[in-house]
Design a protein around this ligand. Sequence first.
Ligand code: IVH
Length: 797
Amino acid sequence: MTDAAPSAQSAAKRIAQLRSELDEHNYRYHVLDEPSIPDAEYDRLYHELKALEAEHPELITPDSPTQRVGSLALSAFGEVRHEVPMLSLGNAFEEGDLLDFDRRVREGLDLPAGDHSGDLFAEGVDVEYSCEPKLDGLAVSLLYERGQLVRGATRGDGSTGEDISANVRTIRNIPLRLHGSGWPEVLEVRGEVFMSKAGFEALNARQAESGGKTFANPRNAAAGSLRQLDPKITASRPLELCAYGIGRVEGELPQTHIGILQALKGWGLPISRELKLAKGAQQCLDYYRAIGERRETLPYEIDGVVFKVNSLASQRELGFRAREPRWAIAHKFPAMEELTELLAVEFQVGRTGAVTPVARLQPVKVAGVTVSNATLHNMDEVARLGLMVGDTVIIRRAGDVIPQVVQVVRERRPADARAVQVPEQCPVCGSRVERTQLVKRSKGRETLSEGAVYRCVGRLACAAQLKQAIIHFVSRRAMDIEGLGEKSVEQLVDEGLVRSPADLYSLTFEQIVGLEGFAELSSNNLLAAIADSRTPSLARFIYALGIPDVGEETAKLLARALGSLARIQRALPEVLTYLPDVGLEVAHEIRNFFADGHNQQVIRDLLARGIALQEEGELGAEFAACATLEGLLDKLNIAGIAATGARKLAEKGGSLDGVIALSQDWLELSVMKGLNEKAKQALREHFAVPANVERARTIEAQLREFGMHWQSERKAVEGLPLAGQTWVLTGSLEVMSRDVAKDKLESLGAKVAGSVSAKTTCVVAGPGAGSKLAKAQELGLRVLDEAEFLAELSRLG
Ligand code: IVH
């Protein structure tokens, strides 16, 4: 064909254009932290490139953004010799160690002693140091030749590492070719490959879900992900690079460490945002303290900061000692992980009766906090860890979360280590402890399996459950009874004054004033607070009941959608699943809770003591006529009938009765299209059972009664001024608490979300607002400060 050449030519041109555009966007996104286009636009360009390359495979080059994931898995990694050895760093643990380091540097450089006490001349000779966080990941070497990434390697023993080229290519913020110009012919970049805290949490959640291996900490996760023989696996892991130095170089570079890092940044390599220049040891210590204060809120884990003499000439003069440079040091933070002994596993009983294992530990200081207990979550976790009493374990404390046992040190297991045993009787009330069953419903079948959770069957007769239930019932977001702290609840229960939430409403002054910490005034205040709580909103009341899996949001949804306690109590699981975010599991929890005679009694007692629910009545407008016939057929759990089959049936049958009739009409059904024989058979059998017909009709009747039936009248949602809008609250609000602001917005019809996205309508930003505000500005969203927000609320009434 005559036009083959021009078409290949124009394809080559377009390919080059797309690659440089994509590279530019990558650079802005990963290095400058200033995304220039929405993800969707990036994807469009990427797919256009992918399609063009598929048409013209001869134009594919290894540095194309489409060529990150190679298709082959290796059988072993090759060896790489580091021409410039990859060194480690000396450590400073205390201020004194850092001052000693600075002194040695000065001596090595023949500078006067760093005594600032009145020595005016010493001022000018402070050594300049670069300051960077010490990321907790793995050191890698990236070799660029003529701007192309040609090899990636691990540190190994410092002289020989492993060739992990295929894996580093999959890391999104590592450029396959350098950006800009002016780079040396040969440039070996060194840096840390790490996993952010969020990436680590997400990966572990994903792994747990799919039954895969979970990782003890982000470092292990990064190491495990980078050392995969199959680069496809590495590609699916959230790894990142932070460049911190160079190895072999042929060509010109700036003559300071910070200059070099900035040059690397210009060539597309991500460097630390926290990079700073310090003059003298005192400024280094200031940096150490400042980063230390932010340690827990940084998005990645660090184990210290690194100080390096900034001048390369000075670095050369100082040289090396053994395998450590004399010009750099790591100033470490206290470790977040420590070893200790597991003394015992005890079992705690929670609000829903869950009997949870808790590790009692030989007390140990972890990053300045003494830890003597750690959560073990459930018995699956105990099994996963392979934990035995007497084991030496690794304890990890990160952020505000409760300390965790992350690993057992098997080599240190004593001969008399004992297995962890779930008690047969509740340690608090002596009732039976049962293993929960997991009910899985899939087409036509219900399967039971053993759950990881054990439960005490004692309910409110179990003091532990009763106490937790009352603590939850009176809490601020529930019935909001002020003045009743945990200690007082425990006393009320222990004294036998409160045996159920309803008993709170018959407490007398004499009973309260007898409690510890209650004088005349506080007793009267408590009585007043209890009286005030008699008129809760329906949502608060539902939340206060403490139905398993029903948090504040679900409680609000139930109240808003169904409008009355009576309807919520009677709602069938299939009807509940029409509400957004209510899955079958939660629906059954709700149903089981209200079907339970004991719970019914608690609710009757509460109402009998004068609890009067507010805002009861109307069905939520947005749920009117929300159900469909095909949805109902889908929910009936008939083998072989999923969404498409249900739609066909609904079209053909026209109504539930029509479908039931059709299912028994052998001739009609056999000629029906779009449903296979097996499904037809299952349908016939399903509705041949009177109980199944009855069930379907009961669900339909309830949908009709609740106004959710497809023939019900659809009500206008527009009623509320902020209906359909999504708001985000960030930073601290001073006049109005966040909870109140959230309630107000919701009562005006808005959804209040936790994160900012293109779908966000408006962001309310108080002082201290950070990344959410930045993102909102980046997306050009409407942003209000608190005063503007209050004005807006009053305008909306
Ligand atoms: S410089 C000759 N800078 O810490 C200097 N290392 O104990 C060699 N690390 O193997 C390293 N962040 O894996 C340097 N900003 C940083 C670092 C850093 C983390 C790791 C690196 C190295 C180890 C040294």
